[in-house]
Ligand binder design. Structure first.
Ligand SMILES: *[C@@H]1O[C@H](CO)[C@@H](O)[C@H](O)[C@H]1NC(C)=O
Ligand SMILES: *[C@@H]1O[C@H](CO)[C@@H](O)[C@H](O)[C@H]1NC(C)=O
Ligand SMILES: *[C@@H]1O[C@H](CO)[C@@H](O)[C@H](O)[C@H]1NC(C)=O
Ligand SMILES: *[C@@H]1O[C@H](CO)[C@@H](O)[C@H](O)[C@H]1NC(C)=O
Ligand SMILES: *[C@@H]1O[C@H](CO)[C@@H](O)[C@H](O)[C@H]1NC(C)=O
Ligand SMILES: *[C@@H]1O[C@H](CO)[C@@H](O)[C@H](O)[C@H]1NC(C)=O
Ligand SMILES: *[C@@H]1O[C@H](CO)[C@@H](O)[C@H](O)[C@H]1NC(C)=O
Length: 433
């Protein structure tokens, strides 16, 4: 009965379509673009543009942001520091003099790479377009560049461009709104200057805009049950269907030889599995102690052309409010930001496992987590020990149906964990390959 109830509630939860631009795990999440007009003189304007990734767990990975907009007048970018326009465009109307940096009506701006010469840098620039989430590294979630803009139709009156884009799938940006001017200090707060004008654009993410098909799935096992519950078949695609190419284990693909455009993220190229997901998360209920229990999480990369740098996992499970210890991953509860207390974020340790390598022997990361058995809450019954929801890099992972979850044996569950671990690891290998 309980199992059926859980099943129904899960089915309901999973069937609620994600509402446009709203993420219940990160209701405030947004990427804000801020324009500060620093100087305006004889029709040329010095501007500072900043991008802040105000999202708890979504980050911007290589090849990075590519900021675009549309000038409404005859504006040109005379110079730029800390970033560059990808196209100079048609600057022939300036023939005979110094040419602007970009005359494009709809310029596309990319970040400079780390190690850019100092004379082209500005503060907080040159990260190759990569921005971490607010949680993962509070010092690296922002970027900025400066530019000098001329050609404004009405000298002395700067007009904001329209139609902003971030160049990353899934984000939509409204037009700018003017906000109170930013203030800057150069003397530890004893004197403040302020921008002549400040505008903001707040872009929001929507998974349905980003990608219609899932990118990740979950498999489950427990020491008390010998079966491994695999990722649901066709979670991310079905072998043999058009658009679902995969590479058999032991083979390499001719697609690998193609030259990649460094400014475009390549589409995933995955190993052939029953689920065709580039990422598989395995949740194993490993051990039961008197007052604690232990789970093991393994994240496997089945994408053969991508290393996931600064990957992260968001997990929702009621016992995450009583975490005792997390091994080999960084951990932060997301309680303080929202009205729930069962959600936490995990990510790799710098220089140890913050890079989830492309498919192969090294293509996985693992952690064990020790949790307290809260009286009145904890149980191994009815699938309680399994996660409610898992996100990898912000992608909702497909869970197995709850009626398939590992079950407690009906009689005398004793500690047979060490034996099952070996059996399970073997089975896991079988399932994956
Ligand atoms: C964007 O995120 C910031 C930081 O969390 C928040 O203060 C701001 O209200 C958000 N903006 C919108 C429009 O949601
Ligand atoms: C470049 O712009 C000039 C005017 O500014 C125009 O006359 C010319 O046709 C343009 N050239 C091209 C190739 O678009
Ligand atoms: C600047 O331009 C806007 C719209 O184009 C106009 O409403 C405003 O009056 C102008 N301001 C000045 C100081 O010219
Ligand atoms: C700006 O965006 C709107 C709505 O997305 C679109 O209709 C319009 O054509 C765009 N304008 C330009 C100049 O790109
Ligand atoms: C921005 O404003 C322009 C002109 O005012 C309009 O055509 C366009 O649709 C607006 N874009 C968005 C995304 O609202
Ligand atoms: C992933 O990282 C490994 C080790 O640093 C490197 O050898 C490999 O070329 C990288 N793969 C891709 C697709 O960048
Ligand atoms: C967590 O949230 C639930 C329901 O919102 C509440 O009943 C419980 O007391 C909370 N636990 C803690 C430790 O805050």
């Amino acid at each position: 009965m309980g199992m059926i109830l859980i099943f129904i509630s899960f089915t309901l939860l999973n069937s609620i379509p994600p509402s446009y631009g709203y993420d219940p795990m990160d209701p405030q999440g947004n990427i804000t673009i801020k324009w500060d007009l620093l100087q305006s003189n004889l029709g040329t304007n010095d501007l500072k543009v900043s991008i802040y990734n105000y999202q708890l767990y979504r980050h911007i990975e290589p090849p990075g942001w590519k900021l675009g907009w549309f000038w409404t007048g005859e504006e040109v970018i005379w110079s730029m520091f800390g970033a560059q326009a990808t196209q100079q465009g048609n600057c022939s109307r300036f023939r005979g003099g110094q040419l602007p940096h970009s005359c494009e009506k709809a310029p596309e701006i990319v970040d400079l790479l780390p190690g850019t010469p100092y004379n082209l840098q500005t503060s907080n620039c040159c990260k190759g377009g990569v921005l971490t989430s607010m949680t993962q590294d509070p010092s690296k979630y922002g970027a900025s560049f400066q530019m000098n803009v001329g050609g404004t139709t009405d000298p002395g009156n700067f007009t904001m461009p329209i139609n902003f884009t971030l160049g990353i799938p899934g984000y939509s940006c409204p037009n700018s709104t003017q906000v109170p001017p930013s203030k800057f200090t150069s003397d530890g707060g004893r004197r403040w200057t302020q921008a002549l004008g400040t505008w903001q654009v707040t872009c929001v993410y929507s998974q349905s805009l980003a990608s219609p098909s899932p990118k990740c799935c979950v498999s489950l096992s427990a020491f008390y049950d010998n079966t491994i519950v695999p990722c649901p078949q066709c979670s991310c695609g079905c072998q043999g269907l058009p658009g679902s190419e995969c590479v058999k284990f032991g083979e390499t693909s001719s697609l690998l030889q193609q030259i990649q455009d460094p400014t475009q993220a390549p589409p995933p190229l995955v190993r052939c599995t029953r689920h065709l997901c580039p990422i598989q998360v395995h949740w194993h209920v490993k051990q039961s102690y008197k007052e604690y229990w232990r789970i093991k999480i393994t994240v496997t990369n089945l994408n053969i052309i991508k290393n996931y740098s600064d990957w992260n996992l968001v997990v929702s499970h009621p016992n995450l409010q009583s975490v005792i210890q997390v091994f080999s991953f960084n951990y932060k509860s997301l309680d303080q930001y929202a009205s729930f207390n069962d959600t936490a974020m995990f990510w790799g340790i710098h220089f140890y496992n913050d890079m989830l390598l492309q498919q192969g022997d090294q293509g996985n990361v693992q952690s064990e987590i020790l949790l307290h058995k809260d009286p009145g809450l904890f149980t191994f019954r009815e699938g309680w020990a399994f996660p409610r929801r898992i996100y990898f890099n912000g992608y909702d992972c497909v869970m197995p149906p709850p009626d398939r979850y590992p079950r407690l044996p009906n009689v005398g569950s004793t500690d047979k964990s060490s034996h099952s671990v070996i059996v399970l690891s073997f089975l896991l290998l079988l399932v994956m390959f």
